[in-house]
Design a protein around this ligand. Structure first.
Ligand code: AMP
Length: 187
């Protein structure tokens, strides 16, 4: 069973590539960002608590996302594509424990490598159609700062485990997808 993390900076194309991978391997797509946005849209207690944090581009607390991930792994039977999780080393450590608890193991972490000016360009482009309140210039700056200081060290964490696969994420969508699939097929 494949259990894959799709990793990359905001704007790296994780959402787009996730859709293609999920279709190809029939995986369960778990996006913590989508799950959190759903809480906000439904105006749940949790949604009200996290709206300000997400609008600022900062990360929400680990406990919130870890609980979501625990439930998602427990109910999955087909293999998971993690999108937007783990976002820091503490979350990566918890993910290892949760996978073990559920008798699973992580296949690999695929990271999409995209130059910073291209990330900003894509997010500003997406802002015109996404309706996402965190796709604006100020928030984008903070999201990239959070990524560099907290999320990037996750790549080294999986590198040490021999599970990190780096893919050039600057190019055509189909070409990038083909490169990801080729790397997974080689495992
Ligand atoms: P995304 O859709 O992955 O770009 O996430 C949008 C926002 O949701 C982030 O800027 C964070 O505020 C929050 N978020 C998503 N995933 C996580 C996570 N694993 N840990 C903490 N915050 C998260």
């Amino acid at each position: 069973m494949l259990n894959i993390i799709l990793f990359g900076a905001p704007g790296a194309g994780k959402g787009t590539q996730s859709d293609l991978l999920v279709a190809k391997y029939k995986l369960n797509h778990i996006s913590t960002g989508d799950l959190l946005r759903k809480e906000i849209a439904e105006q749940t207690e949790l949604g009200k608590r996290i709206k300000g944090i997400m609008d600022s581009g900062s990360l929400v607390s680990d406990d919130i996302v870890v609980e979501m991930i625990d439930k998602a792994i427990a109910s999955d039977t087909q293999g998971i594509l993690f999108d937007g999780f783990p976002r820091n080393v503490a979350q990566a450590e918890v993910l290892d424990q949760l996978m073990a608890k559920h008798g699973r193991s992580l296949t690999c972490m695929v990271s999409l490598d995209v130059p910073k000016d291209e990330l900003v360009r894509r997010m500003l482009e997406r802002a015109k159609v996404s309706g996402r309140s965190d796709d604006n210039e100020e928030t984008i700056k903070n999201r990239l700062k959070e990524y560099e200081s907290k999320t990037l060290p996750v790549a080294a964490y999986y590198e040490k485990q021999g599970k990190h696969i780096k893919i050039n994420g600057f190019g055509g969508i189909e070409e990038i997808s083909a490169n990801i699939i080729a790397a997974i097929e080689k495992l």
